[in-house]
Design a protein around this ligand. Structure first.
Ligand SMILES: Nc1ncnc2c1ncn2[C@@H]1O[C@H](COP(=O)(O)OP(=O)(O)OP(=O)(O)O)[C@@H](O)[C@H]1O
Ligand SMILES: [Mg+2]
Length: 397
């Protein structure tokens, strides 16, 4: 028998992979086109500048790369992409631009401003037009100061009479506070051309994962619910910063697939996803000891109900309630909590304890019902821990 394999194309799960399609970034893409189309169609006609902002994993880098693909098809304008996490000073960034143009740049003796002039003359002499992308430009601001960036943004202010603009600029940053660090002139030009990248919702993350899984994993090794489970914990939620990050979602998918494969499983199971989530997200699950006795019992009921369906990451509220009633009987507890009280516990476990996630069932089921999952911790670990606490508390009562 051949080795069981879950991952078909590992490259599709790496950060460098360029997916064939971008999910829900049409608006950002068309704004980029609007700002740069004239520059691309008649190169040098004006100085186009844009600032892409959004928190980590919102698709800024990938959108700029897709824009490069689009622009390179139709024009003679070249793209020079500068990863500022590698080129952390203005000097290093400008050197990199020169090297991308295959210029021989003197090693020392020139300031970044002087190097930029040398590069500009080279572009003029060779009748070349470029769009420079400075990705994660905050590195340069942190190391070389905002003034050096301001000078680049207002480069042509120092070239009065110049009407042939040999380079344009795309800046990428995580938030708009960059603007406040710039001089008034630079701030106002750039401020007019901000393109925002909001955090991804659960549905958007789900779509990104679905596309990615299709590229990366063998058919039949995952299902919709596995992808939903990951989007539950990575998709943006009101008032909860730090979520909506596609990078994290893809990382979780990759880790879960790898674990499944290493354990010789044909499919990714919810338990593989739980471990991957725990290893990826900095989630702090509350101390379970602090929960009410019956809240702990209800949580154990959810755990047990989930354990009965090894393949499925969700149980319905009804299934959890049934399990709770059985548990109360097993522990010899005559007074059980009402349906309404259990519902209250459920909200508490989601909001305060951060141990479960809920979602409404899709169209498959009759009516809409609440589905419950436990994505942050292995069920075996939870079952052991809860049973230990409950055995003790019930013994000393
Ligand atoms: N709309 C999308 N459709 C498909 N894949 C996406 C989309 N947005 C992001 N991704 C994928 O998610 C990952 C993160 O995206 P990207 O690197 O562009 O984020 P970023 O905003 O540049 O984050 P950072 O600020 O950390 O650099 C990449 O693997 C990218 O391919
Ligand atoms: Mg990026």
């Amino acid at each position: 028998m051949g080795e069981l394999s879950v991952i078909k194309n590992p490259a599709a799960l790496t950060p460098d992979f360029i997916p064939p399609r971008l999910v829900d970034r049409e608006e950002q893409m068309s704004t980029l086109k609007m700002i740069f189309d004239d520059y691309i169609k008649s190169p040098g006609s004006f100085y186009a500048r844009a600032l892409l902002v959004g928190s980590t994993g919102t698709g800024k880098t990938i959108t700029s790369l897709k824009f490069k693909e689009y622009a390179s098809r139709s024009s003679t304008v070249r793209f020079i992409y500068v990863p500022c996490w590698t080129h952390r000073t203005m000097h290093s960034a400008v050197r990199h631009i020169g090297e991308s143009l295959k210029m021989s740049i003197p090693r020392r003796g020139f300031s970044s401003d002087e190097l930029l002039e040398i590069i500009y003359d080279y572009l003029k002499d060779n009748d070349m037009y470029v769009i420079i992308v400075l990705d994660d430009v905050f590195h340069i601001v942190n190391n070389s100061g905002a003034d050096s960036l301001g000078l680049l943004i207002r480069f042509y202010d120092e070239h009065i009479g110049e009407h042939d603009y040999h380079f344009s600029l795309i800046l990428i940053d995580r938030d708009e506070s960059l603007l406040d660090k710039l001089d008034a002139g630079a701030k106002s030009t750039l401020g007019r051309n901000i393109i925002k990248f909001p955090p991804y919702t659960k549905d958007q993350i789900y779509e990104i994962l679905r596309d990615r899984a299709q590229e990366a994993l063998h058919q039949g090794t995952y299902n919709d619910e596995i992808l939903e489970m990951i989007s539950d914990v990575t998709g943006a939620r009101d008032g909860d910063g730090g979520r909506g990050n596609a990078k994290q979602a893809i990382e979780i998918l990759w880790k879960a697939a790898l674990t499944a494969q290493q354990q010789g499983s044909r499919r990714i199971l919810p338990e593989h996803v739980r471990v991957a989530i725990k290893n990826t997200l900095p989630v702090h699950v509350g101390e379970l000891k602090g929960m009410d006795l019956h809240e702990k019992l209800f949580l154990l009921a959810i755990v047990e109900a989930l354990r009965k369906k090894r393949d499925v990451p969700y149980v319905t509220f009804g299934e959890a309630e049934e399990e709770y009633i059985m548990l109360c009987e097993r522990y010899g507890l005559r007074t059980k909590r009402s349906h309404g009280q259990l519902w209250h516990y459920l909200k508490d476990m989601e909001g305060t304890w951060r141990i479960i996630e809920t979602r409404l069932s899709g169209k498959g089921m009759r009516g809409r019902t609440t589905l419950i999952s436990i994505p942050y911790e292995s069920l075996n670990v939870l079952a052991q821990e809860l049973t230990r606490i409950l055995d003790y508390e019930l013994a000393v009562r």
